[in-house]
Design a binder for this molecule. Structure first.
Ligand code: XMP
Length: 476
């Protein structure tokens, strides 16, 4: 046993201001590395928790330049569906648009359209395009006998698969259409360009996208049960990164799972692994194949790991130590949990993290999954730790266990809570980025990479922390 050393949290430290050549808060560049091969335009990741990230959150965050990690407490089909929704939300060209055959019953096609939230292109057996079925064709038709061919729009404006983006824009403007199917010389359907996607490109210039112009998305898997089947299905759905997420990432279970998962994903999909909080943890995860390492044992707002087990490392020190180790291997780390405000966010990046994962600050937004609760006229949403009793019970339902949850056997390492409703996520992101830009300007750091180089941290006292917050005034 070693003698204890002092380990610090974000609240224990401050960054010292230094000479800065930055003239405007617009100057700092927020691009960063998420994994060895994936870059983001802002250093923000939404946590793979069932009250934080499903497709709605992932779409919103990727449009703003970050990435969302879909949680794994869903059936494989549902997790795949969430990923597919993100990958289909935007694209330069949709390679495999949703299709339907002309003899399909209209009521079935309608049901599919509502589930997918998309129009269907009508093709024959040779994949030749013969029509399109949009909302306009079906909204007033209520029939159990009609077929798709009875109501579909047959007069189509199409283009060659080789059409340029500007060419497509011209057609949208001239023809006042919403969808432009791409067909080859034989009339075979080869893809689809939508007006919505073109407009999104203009509206979200910072969006984090893959080579095909689709939004980036990650998805979490565990290390037991169906995790290999799940990984395979997620990769087939086009997920950009697999996050192997377990409470204690520095473990034999992780090592064995990583080897198997790496075999499935090959070179094409990066793997993030975690969580760890030590340099040994980082080194081993990198050795086993991690393309980024998630750091954080017990700092999260809904975490009780440290209280229940006596184990953990205060997050600032964990990020600092892990960041130094990760640099030796050129692998980025993700500071996961414990960020309560834009100051903590800035400190995490200055301490050596290249991105930050956020849970509670994003819970309660329009984009987080879960129902709103109204209490005494105020609006709230649920936020819960994934090791809370409620989350454990939900996991049993998903895994299809016949026995149900055994409450006495659950040792929770997380809690369930409500957080105030916060409206759209854009406001929270804007606060985080505004604080970060300002912090970078105090440090004279033009890039995220420069932050640790320019960072000098000082430890503060309780009196210092009290002084840091608003004090001695009546804040409403
Ligand atoms: P914040 O502070 O952003 O933290 O809400 C989000 C991170 O918390 C972790 N997490 C847990 N940790 N017990 C834990 O000890 C839990 O039940 C739990 N649920 C989530 C996770 O790393 C997440 O990203």
């Amino acid at each position: 046993m070693k003698a204890p050393i002092v380990s610090l949290s974000y609240d224990d430290v401050l960054l010292v201001p230094r000479f800065s050549q930055i003239r405007s808060r617009k100057e700092p560049i927020l691009e960063t590395r998420f994994t060895k091969h994936i870059a983001l335009n802002i250093p923000i990741i939404s946590a793979n928790m069932d009250t934080v990230t499903e497709s709605k959150m992932a779409i919103a965050l990727a449009r703003l330049g970050g990435i969302g990690i879909v949680h794994r407490f869903l059936s494989i089909d549902r997790e795949v569906e969430e990923v597919s929704r993100v990958k289909r939300a935007e694209a330069y060209v949709i390679d495999d648009p949703y299709t339907v055959f002309p003899d399909t019953l209209l009521k079935d096609a309608k049901q599919r359209m509502y589930t997918l939230g998309a129009a269907l292109l009508v093709i024959d057996e040779d994949k030749k395009l013969i029509g399109i079925l949009t909302n306009r064709d079906v909204e007033f038709v209520d029939s159990t006998t009609l077929r798709v061919s009875d109501v579909m729009t047959k007069e189509l404006i199409t283009a060659s698969p080789k059409i340029s983006l500007d060419g497509a824009k011209g057609i949208f403007m001239k023809q006042k259409i919403e969808k432009l199917p791409l067909v080859d010389a034989k009339g075979v359907l080869r893809g689809l360009i939508t007006k919505k996607d073109i407009l999104a490109r203009i509206r979200y210039p910072e969006a984090a996208k893959d080579k095909k112009g689709r939004l980036l998305v990650g998805a979490a898997v565990g290390v037991m049960g169906d995790y290999l089947e799940r990984t395979k299905a997620l990769v087939e759905a086009g997920v950009d990164v697999i996050v192997i997420d377990i409470a204690h990432g520095h473990s034999i279970m992780m090592k064995e799972a990583m080897v198997r998962i790496k075999k499935i994903v090959g070179e094409c999909t990066d793997v993030v692994a975690g969580n760890v909080a030590t340099k040994d943890g980082v080194r081993d995860l990198v050795k086993w194949g991690a393309d980024a390492v998630k750091v954080g044992i017990g700092p999260g707002a809904a975490c009780t790991t440290r209280i229940m087990t006596g184990v953990g490392v205060p997050q600032f020190s964990a990020v600092l130590e892990c960041g130094i180790e990760a640099k030796k291997f050129h692998v980025p780390i993700i500071a996961d949990g414990g960020v309560k405000n834009s100051g903590d966010f800035t400190k995490a990046l200055a301490a050596g993290a290249e991105t930050v994962m956020i849970g509670s600050m994003f819970a309660g937004t329009d984009e987080s999954p879960g129902q709103e609760i109204v209490k005494n006229g105020a609006r709230y949403k649920l936020y819960r730790g994934m090791a809370s009793i409620g989350a454990n019970v939900a996991k049993t339902t998903i895994s299809g266990s016949q026995k149900g949850a055994n409450y006495e056997r659950i040792t929770p390492e997380g809690v369930e809570a409500v957080v105030p409703y916060k409206g759209k996520i854009d406001a929270t992101i804007s606060l985080l980025l505004g604080g970060l830009r300002s912090g970078m300007s105090y440090l004279g750091a033009k890039t995220i990479k420069e932050m640790p180089k320019n960072a000098e941290f000082i430890q503060i006292t309780q009196a210092g922390l009290r002084e840091s917050n608003s004090h001695d005034i009546d804040v409403k």
